[in-house]
Structures are given as C-alpha cells and as structure tokens.
Design a protein around this ligand. Sequence first.
Ligand code: URA
Length: 291
Amino acid sequence: MTPSADAQRDLIAYLDFYSEAGVDAALDEHPHDRFREPEAPPRAAEHRAAAQPAPRRAPPAQERPAREPPSSARPAEPQRTFGQAASAKPDEAASDARARARAARSLDELEAILKDFDSCPLRFTAKNLVFADGNPEARVMFVGEAPGADEDRVGKPFMGRSGQLLDRMMKAIGLDRSEAYVANIVPWRPPGNRNPTPQEVSVCKPFIERQIELVDPDLIVCLGSPSTQTLTATKDGILKARGRFYPYRLESREVRALATLHPAYLLRQPAQKRLAWRDFRLVRAALDGKA
Ligand code: URA
C-alpha cells in the first residue's frame, strides 16, 4: 500500500528530524525497546549457541580480509550479528580482544584479525575498518579518537577537515604522513559521530596497544582527551594534560606519549591553536633529541 502524500511528508519530516539530531544509521532490522529487555542478557556463549541455526552474516566485500588471518586468530565460531555483539558482556569482549590482539605478529596480521573481530558492535554499523595511514616505520605515531564519516567512507584515519588540519600542523614541524603513522583508539566510526562509549573503548584498547607495540615508535602523540586517557595513566582533562610527556611501556622499552589538543577541537576553538603549536614544537624537539 502506498502511503498518502500527507503520510509521506510526515515520514520525510520525521527522518529529517532524526538526521538533524545525528541519527543517520539504522542499527538493526527491527526496533528494540531496551527498557523491556531482561536485566541480565544471556551469556555470550549461550546466546551464540541459541543462535546456531541463524545464517552467518556475510561481511561486505571490503570488510573481508585480503588474505587468511593466522589460524591462531581465526574465529572458531560463526560470526555474531549486531544484536549478539551488542549484548555480549563487555569483559568477555575485552578478553576476546586481548587474546586476538596478542596473536598478531605483524601489522598486516593485526588488520586481518580486526577485520574478523565481531565482538564490538561498532563494526556492524561502520562501512569500513579504519586501521591506519602513514608509515609503519615512522618514529612518531599520532593516535586520535575514532573515525568520522569521511574516514569511514575512505577507510583511513584523519581524512576530513580534522585530518587536513592535522596535516598542516605536521607540515609546520616538517613532517608529512610518509614520516608519521596515524591511527585511532577505536577503528570503527560510532554511528552519527557520537563519542565511543567506555565499553567500546575498552574492547578496542588491546588492538591499539598491539598496534603501537608493532609500530614501535619513539614518540606517541595523543590527540585529544580520549586518546590521552586511554593510553596514559592521567585522568586530567586535556587542557591540563596537554603539553606533557607521559611514560609509555612497550614490550622491550619505555617510550614517551605527548598529549595535545584534538584537531577537531581546534577547528571549533581556533584561538587554542597557539597551545597546539607549543605542543607540536615539543614533538619536533623530542624527535630531534632536544626535549
Ligand atoms: N577524528 C579522529 O579522532 N580520528 C579520525 O580519524 C578523524 C577524526
């Protein structure tokens, strides 16, 4: 049945309203009334067993690993659906992430493992995994928060306006992406560009930690508060935390992480660029062995 012209207008207005509010992705086939769901969702393992007959969700072609991940990293079970990932216990998902991240012996393996990882619901709403950009041999690694719409479309971090500003800031200290490695705490875009939840961050954390380990940079630059608070022990807000070096423990040595302001914040607060400029000069000095 075709809805009447009035009903169509109402529907369009309704969708516009959601879109204005930042709701731009459908998360599941059916709406859920979360308030009516049982307090304690079934344990992930039982949930998966109950769902055995359900057909395996085929990931879109661009999400499929280019080659087989190592057998130690291959999931033994069918992939989960969005609903199953969303109701998996965060601590189970995080320990699954830790085990898989540990198994990666190279950045290629880590990327393949992440492409197969289905315990973070964000992967079901994102178009692409946003793993990294730049030079894996670089001495400096920039870590942002999470991809936005441009990055999700392209599959690389810092592709939009924040990325252009980051490139200009790097250029000002004589760096470009061929001399730096760029990644995010969370490698999938949160729907509607919302902030990643603490659960999403803790599930993704083992992967960024392993990524840092495998890049083995001399200096990590944390862009913004979520990156700083995830990778360093500080709980200070970014205006207090920025401009300071924090110890960062790699497997075989200790390096430093410098906190600075996120380029997206600088686009909103251009007067603060002078603080970021001070921090970027520290980056240069650290790379030159002068700080
Ligand atoms: N902001 C981030 O933190 N990361 C990106 O990749 C893009 C914008």
